[in-house]
Design a protein. Sequence first.
Length: 119
Amino acid sequence: MNLPDEFRRLTERLNRANSAFVLAGLNDLLTTAAGNQLEFLEAPAIEDAYLSNYVAALVELAAHRSGVCPPLWTSAVAPLSKSVFAVPWLSLRAHLLTESPVPFRRRNIFIDSSLGARV
């Protein structure tokens, strides 16, 4: 299966499956994708604003790491109006605010910068 087909298959599952596993699969897919394929990914039909922003940030981060421009549709996804933190603990918020990758910060999503790291 090629990148656009697999991307579409995974994003379609976001509306009906455990999103954490699907987002991990998307991260794995995009991390290993060739940069020239990222530019041509089609906009997914995701109803949830958080998931839509998360996917757009994943694509933007992968494009940045590959040295290519992200697809134009990512800029059309409006950032979240309220901040969302990966964990509820106030003691980690300062860490998440400074360590989140830029595409996620721009979208008001604060995660650890080791996104995708495996133990």
